[in-house]
Write a protein of this length. Structure first.
Lengths: 136, 152
């Protein structure tokens, strides 16, 4: 048994995105929680996006800006009437500016149980080469 | 406070005692005007996970967002008219030599008991977990279903 008991999860209200740009389609947009960490070889991003499947997930990387957009589908039928509503279902959106140069061809993305795992390998720095000088 | 006005006539600052109230009123107005009109009101039980409970003629449907949780770490029980959802979210440890820039996701245990508004049939409860969304369907007990009454 570990010395510290696993702590209790506390409830967090879903964070709505506060943007000045309006959306063309009505709906709420939430900010997904992310973990970002970096090793020597790559940058990994883990995002909680429950309700999002691979068809509804969009990952865009251009000009060093990484954009994540996901659409959580809800399967509430027409005959269902709400009794308790504690969270909303909507899109997810988050943007990051990458400080490192990323090897775009080797990016991998995996979506499992509503968690996106995005691995961005860093560009290998050019190995130092010794340049030989020939006499003419 | 007596002070001299332009015309040299002394006068009381009659709004003195009400200035503070006026400022407070304006601040409260600003505060309430900034609250968005739409969005979930904070009528929350305050327990993880947040749920949405809907009902139709025959069943109660409970949905909860539980990303990153597998079915083995989840325990759902139905007793009487109560449904309890408990479990643990684990976040796998990464390599030791990584540097975190953001750490917003949390791991830990949770347990929540939901009291359903009507009688239920505990044998027919079914649950599914897909893409991080848990959906529990609880059938209503026969006597709790609405009965259509025909008028002669």
């Amino acid at each position: 048994m570990t010395a510290a008991e696993a702590k209790e999860l506390k409830v967090k209200e879903k964070q709505e995105v506060a943007t000045d740009t309006e959306q063309t389609r009505p709906g709420v947009v939430y900010t997904p929680d992310v973990d970002i960490f970096e090793s020597d070889a790559d940058i990994t991003l883990l995002a909680d996006m429950p309700g999002v499947t691979t068809e509804n997930l969009n990952i865009d990387l251009r000009d060093d800006v990484l954009t994540l957009t996901g659409d959580a589908i809800t399967d509430v039928g027409d005959t269902e009437k709400p009794v308790i509503v504690e969270y909303g279902v909507g899109k997810y959106h988050r943007q990051f500016t990458l400080s490192e140069v990323v090897d775009q061809a080797k990016i991998t993305a995996e979506l499992k149980d509503g968690v996106l795992r995005l691995v961005l390998p860093k560009v290998e720095k050019a190995a130092p080469r010794k340049i030989t000088v020939t006499e003419r | 406070m007596i002070y001299r006005r332009m015309f040299g006539m002394p006068t009381w600052n009659v709004r003195g005692p009400f200035n503070e109230l006026e400022r407070m009123r304006q601040q409260m107005d600003n505060l309430f005007n900034r609250v968005p009109d739409e969005g979930m009101p904070s009528l929350h039980a305050g327990v993880f996970p947040s749920i949405n409970l809907t009902e139709d003629q025959e069943t109660y449907h409970i949905r909860a967002e539980l990303p990153g949780i597998s079915a083995e770490d989840l325990d759902i029980q139905a007793t009487g008219n109560n449904l309890s959802i408990s479990g643990e979210r684990k976040i796998e440890a990464e390599n030791n030599s990584v540097r975190y820039h953001r750490r917003e996701r949390e791991a830990g245990k949770f347990s929540r008991a939901i009291s359903l508004p009507g009688d239920i049939d505990p044998d027919g409860v079914s649950a599914s977990l897909a893409d991080g969304v848990l959906k529990v369907s609880v059938p209503k007990a026969e006597k709790a279903k609405p009965k259509q009454i025909t008028v002669n």
